[in-house]
Design a protein around this ligand. Structure first.
Ligand code: PEP
Length: 265
């Protein structure tokens, strides 16, 4: 494997984003969860914790987190800024409702038909509304011939084509689809996460200025649980994680955050 200086991956604080998906449904559940995180935030001080809520729960979560360092965002945004698009939530509307970031191109959205072109349009919308885009990339399966690298490179190149000036705050989440929604023993091996993180940095450097590319935090997502978070963090060469099912319960999410704090580089 290529040897890379540790500053290659440097980020001031590790970042862990919880993606609640549809696991949390009511303002009451959402408020209870973030209040627990807030109450226990000293136990993971130095680790940034963000939560991606369903758009309808933004007001409750924003209210419960007022004055805290925890940040809230949404799980997707529209590719359009305005117009006849029933059911869509625009980037501006999410931002005006208190969102700090948006997940973009999650594999569960891509599986419902979102194309690379939709992802690119959402990235532009996020950046122009002032939302930090968390761009998800990842292969659906791994093959011996290394085709997964081409899949990820193509997702990055097409998402960033023509958007160089908009990517100052970009975050990339590498989420191999085959590793999502399972248990810790099914997550990717730390050495493979590290290899892909290096590859993603190199690919970003083709689309962005090299210094900007080196600054983009790369997160890993796919069956991160309290059991594997610390080792994946210390050996995986990533800036943090995008966590799905384990973020929907305060106890498991806090365990992940505490584990990372104890293993911070
Ligand atoms: C995800 O879907 O973003 C994810 C990482 O899910 P899980 O942690 O449940 O694998």
């Amino acid at each position: 494997m290529v040897s890379v200086p540790s500053r290659f991956f440097m980020r001031t604080h590790p970042l862990v984003i919880g993606n609640w998906k549809l696991y949390i449904e009511t303002p009451k559940e959402a408020t209870l969860l973030v209040k627990s995180l807030r109450k226990r935030s000293r136990s993971f001080s130095g680790v940034e914790a963000w939560v991606a809520t369903p758009a309808t729960l933004l007001p409750a979560v924003v209210g419960a987190l007022k004055g805290s360092a925890l940040r809230v965002g949404v799980q997707t945004i529209s590719s359009f800024d305005t117009g006849a698009h029933t059911g869509e939530v625009s980037a501006l509307s999410a931002r005006a409702s208190g969102a700090h970031f948006s997940i973009i191109g999650h594999s569960e959205r891509r599986a419902r038909g979102e194309s690379n072109e939709d992802v690119r349009a959402q990235l532009v919308q996020a950046a122009s509304a002032g939302l930090v885009p968390v761009l998800c990339v990842g292969e659906t399966e791994r093959s011996q011939d290394g085709a997964h690298f081409s899949v990820v490179a193509e997702q990055i190149r097409s998402a960033l084509s023509g958007t160089q000036s908009l990517t100052g705050k970009l975050i990339v989440a590498y989420e191999p689809v085959w590793a999502i929604g399972k248990g810790a023993s099914d997550a990717m091996k730390a050495s493979d996460v590290r290899e892909m993180a290096i590859f993603i940095k190199k690919t970003l450097a083709e689309s962005l200025e090299r210094p900007a590319a080196l600054k983009v935090p790369i997160l890993y997502g796919g069956s991160v649980e309290p059991e594997n978070a610390a080792s994946l963090y210390s050996e995986g060469g990533v800036a943090g994680f995008l966590v799905g099912h384990a973020s929907a319960k305060a106890e498991t999410f806090i365990s992940i955050l505490v584990g990372i704090r104890q293993n911070s580089r």
